[in-house]
Write a new protein. Sequence first.
Length: 376
Amino acid sequence: MKLPPFLLDQWLAQKFSADPPIEFDLGSSTGPIWTLRELLALGGDMGELLETSLFYTPPAGSAELREELAAMEGVGPESVLAMTGAAEALLILLHLAAEPGANVVLPNPGFPTNEAVAQSLGLETRYYTLRAIHKFQIDPDEIRRLVDRRTKLVLVNSPHNPTGAVLGEAEMETLHNFCAERGVQFVSDQVYHPIYHGPAMRSAARFPHATVLGDFSKALCLSGLRIGWMIEPDARRREDYLNARSYFTVSSTTLGERLATLALQHRDAIYDRTRRVAAANLPLLDRLFAEHPDWLGWVRPAGGMTAFPWLANGGDAREFCRSLAQYGILLAPGDCFGMPSHFRLGFAASGERFAQGIERFAAVLQKARLRPAQHA
C-alpha cells in the first residue's frame, strides 16, 4: 500500500528553505535546542568521546544507556530496549499487531504516522476523540466501547501531542487494568513526560502490564540523536521487538547512544531548562489568546510543549498558517492532524526567542488581511 503524503513533515520542512526565511519556529514540537558543546559542558569528556568505536551497538542498546533509562523509569535494565526514536517503537508495535481482522485503538488527533502505518499494514483503526469542548480530555468510556476481542492494542499519549492534554493517574490506571483484564496491549506514549504545567504525574512504567515509549526528541530536547526507548515487562514481547528491529534498523548509532547516556546522567539540568523555558513562554500565550478571543480559541496545555488552538470562525487554518509564514512565523496547520480549523503551536522549540515570535504574531493579527472573515 502506498503511504499518503506526510503533510506535517512536508509543512515543517520549509523552515530549512523558506523564502522569506522562517525566523520563529512555533510549529515544532520539541523544546529548546541543545548544541553538542552545551551537552558536553554538563560533564562530558571530549577525549573519551573521540575514542568511541564506530561499530554496531547491541540491538537492545548499550548496557550503560539501558541502566540509566532503567534508573530513571524505576524498572530493571532487562525491561529496557533502545530504539531509533519512538517512531521505530510504534512501527514495531503496529507491525506485530497486524494480524488478519485485527484492530487498534488510537487517539484523534494523534501523530499522523500511527494511522497511516496501521492502515498500510491492513489494521482496522478505531479512534477516540479528544475534543476542545471537553478540554481535550480522554473519555475512558469511549475507549472501552471501542475495544473488542480483535483489539490488539490501545494507545494513549500523555502529555498529548498536539493538544497538551494530560491523562490523570487514576484514569491511566483504570485503562491499564481494563486492557490487562482483556489481554489487550496497553501502550503509553509518554515522550513529553515529565514536563507538566500543573500537578506532576508518575511514569506509566510503574504498571505491570504497560508498554511505555519514550525518546530524546521531546522532553529531553535532543531530537538529533534519534534515540528512543521502550519499557516492556513481558520477556516474550521483548524478544519479538528485537527480532523485528533486526529487520528494520539493527541498532541505534554508537555516538547517539553515548551522548544519550551522558544526557541521562545530567537529565535534571535538561529537564530544568525545558521547564524554565515553557514556564516563561506559557503566560505569553495566555495573554495572546486573551487579547484575541474573537479570532482565536485555545485550551491551555497541561503538559508538554505544544498547544492546539483553533480559528474562532471554524475556518481552515492552512491559509492562516501560510500567511504567518510570510512574516517568518512557522505554525503547523491542523489538517496535518485531521482537524483543519486548528493549528499546532509549539512554545519551547524557539527557546528564549519565543517572546519575539509572539510579539510579531500579535502584530500580524492586527493586520486587516488576516481578519477571521478571510478564513471562512
